[in-house]
Design a protein around this ligand. Structure first.
Ligand SMILES: C[S@@+](CC[C@H](N)C(=O)[O-])C[C@H]1O[C@@H](n2cnc3c(N)ncnc32)[C@H](O)[C@@H]1O
Length: 220
């Protein structure tokens, strides 16, 4: 990883397969913000943004490259993304700083997107750390690392690099248990479309192109 300030080179995540820079301003995320289907896209429907009568406060327990957090914040939710991997968190923080230096994104995000470094299982399980008393999420969103794809399916390069850095999230069932016990209105888990749910009692699922969102309702 290279360190940087706002004026230097962006922080990059490096692996033998290449580098990743988190860029909320240009490229795929800019395209998705403009043409990604707005509140009709599967992610938005899964968290309930398309029908929300009250502002949504979403705890993204697995922030990763911040893409889902960013999309949800651009659609009007207030999002707190949690990432436990220190280097990934550093790249996220750098990406957000750069986004906030862009006038259009600054206005759009307007204090609605932030990231913290920590383990979401601990944050969700501890009553005194401010997640419940200050941020008060009504939705908890989980997108743990998906199982490796079959050899015949070539994972996108960013995902190959990311998998090399992170590995797999072996404690994803524990994370779901912590999220369900927290008492939010809704817990959403992103899964590959072919994978079994992490837990049986899914209220409903929303299918995207290659992924599925399993929604667990009314745990409060
Ligand atoms: C598949 S990636 C998430 C991708 C993300 N949804 C996006 O749009 O870029 C999973 C990430 O969750 C993080 N993660 C997994 N379990 C976690 C936990 N218990 N606490 C915090 N971060 C966690 C991993 O380190 C990894 O960066």
């Amino acid at each position: 990883m290279t360190s940087s300030s706002e004026h230097d080179k962006p922080v990059s995540l490096s692996a033998s397969a290449g580098d990743i820079v988190i860029d909320f301003v240009n490229g795929k995320l800019d395209y998705r913000r403009r043409f990604g289907g707005g509140k009709n896209q599967a992610l938005s429907k899964a968290v309930g943004l398309h029908k929300a009568k009250q502002p949504l406060r979403i705890f993204d327990a697995t922030a990763g490259l911040g893409r889902d957090s960013f999309v949800l914040a651009c659609l009007g939710a207030t999002v707190l993304g949690c990432e436990r991997h220190a280097q990934v968190f550093s790249a996220l923080r750098d990406g957000l700083q750069r986004a906030l230096a862009d006038a259009e994104l600054q206005e759009l995000l307007d204090g609605r997107l932030s990231f913290i470094n920590g383990d979401a299982i601990e944050l969700l399980s501890c009553a005194t750390n401010g997640l419940a008393s200050e941020f008060r999420p009504n939705v908890i969103y989980l997108d743990p690392m998906h199982p490796p794809q079959k050899k015949t399916v070539l994972a996108k390069k960013d995902m190959q690099i990311f998998r090399e850095i992170i590995g797999s999230d072996a404690d994803q069932c524990e994370l779901l248990e912590a999220a369900l016990s927290f008492g939010a209105n809704r817990v959403v888990v992103k899964r590959p479309s072919h994978a079994e749910p992490l837990r049986e009692e899914v209220s409903h699922s929303i299918k995207g192109k290659t992924t599925r969102f399993d929604v667990y309702l009314g745990q409060s």
